[in-house]
Design a protein around this ligand. Structure first.
Ligand SMILES: [Fe+2]
Length: 339
């Protein structure tokens, strides 16, 4: 049977059937665009307003959103901004439909995170070429997200092996990100701290249970294995370029300010900043939660201990000072895990 359209316009097999949302209040234009895309093998849903568009977007989870700039109850630019500000949807490509000479909308669209623009009136070959390109990008980010999901699941699996550290990763993620924000770090560094909180001990996957769960008294040979977990974790996460900012946190979260830590015996500001932030939060969490070798300490005793350790040269004094100030403002220690 002959193809319904020329084979040169058939979408590559990996993106056939992709879902496209078209939001446009112009009935004729919207139907025409949808029909062009359906003819080329895509699934299409339509909406004439922002409100209906967002409802379909959230329930249907399209692979691409095609948004007209001017809508009766708002603007495609605002819809785009909303989509790009939310972690779960930020990687869905958005293409704005604008007038050929509407430079102001294009600039506002770029600021809102739009991935591409389409001029009115819509030119079918241009529409098809841009849609194919964006959906290929979406497929790539889907694969990337799946690979990241595997690593995050693996990290939580490592945590679950030790009943004493349950909830540790999530508390670290929250506290480290809060401290990063307090220190005025850029948003991408705050995100890296949140991810580092979950992933920092992923290298413990290579540490046998008999060592990981031993309450006290590791032999020198066992310590050697334990001290490999930062570099093992870095190796596990290195293939994902999206985790590049997290790698220094994983590798260096056991360095000490005075050079006495591991694996590289870095000193002072040679220890990457994000690792210095995570390690003070990590140290506090270890003190305020129950471990095989000690009960959970009250917040005040933990803060005094951290002050002593800072004087002994373990932690960055400035970062510890900020963290202790943050804790004093919100003195409630993290919820101890139920063990
Ligand atoms: Fe660790």
């Amino acid at each position: 049977m002959a193809a319904a359209f020329p084979s040169a316009e058939t979408p590559p097999v990996e993106i056939a059937g992709a879902r496209i949302l078209v939001v446009d209040d112009d009935d004729v234009g919207r139907e025409l665009t949808a029909e062009m895309l359906r003819l080329r093998g895509f699934q299409v849903r339509m909406a004439p307003t922002c409100r209906e568009g967002m409802e379909v977007f959230q329930s249907w989870e399209p692979d691409l959103a095609l948004l007209d700039v001017v809508l009766p109850d708002g603007s495609g630019i605002e819809m785009c901004r909303h989509i790009k500000q939310h972690g779960r949807t930020r990687l869905v490509p958005v293409m704005l439909i604008t007038g050929l000479t509407d430079h102001e909308s294009k600039i506002r669209g770029i600021e809102a995170g739009a991935d591409d623009f389409l001029n009115k009136p819509v030119d079918p070959p241009e529409l098809f070429a841009r849609v194919v390109s964006l959906i290929k990008l979406k497929r790539y980010t889907d694969e990337l997200e799946s690979a990241e999901d595997v690593l995050f699941t693996l990290a939580l699996g490592v945590e679950a092996r030790d009943k004493y550290t349950q909830g540790h990763c999530q508390r670290l993620a929250t506290q480290a990100a809060a401290l990063g924000q307090r220190l005025g770090l850029a948003q991408e560094d705050v995100v890296a701290l949140r991810r580092g909180g979950v992933l920092h001990d992923i290298g413990k996957i290579a540490v046998p249970d008999v060592i990981l769960r031993k309450p006290t008294g590791l032999t020198e040979a066992e310590w050697q294995i334990m001290r490999m977990h930062p570099s093992s974790g870095e190796e596990i996460c290195r293939p994902l370029r999206s985790l590049a900012r997290v790698l220094p946190i994983i590798r260096h979260h056991h360095e000490h300010w005075n050079g006495g830590g591991y694996p590289d015996h870095l000193e002072a500001e040679n220890i990457p900043l994000l690792a210095r932030i995570l390690q003070v939060v990590d140290a506090y969490d270890a003190l305020t939660t129950e471990r095989p070798y000690k009960p959970a300490w009250p917040a005040e005793r933990a803060r005094a201990q951290l002050t002593t350790e800072t004087e002994q040269g373990w932690w960055d004094p400035h970062i510890m000072g900020e963290y202790l100030a943050m804790l004093r403002q919100s003195p409630q220690p993290p919820e101890p895990p139920a063990v």
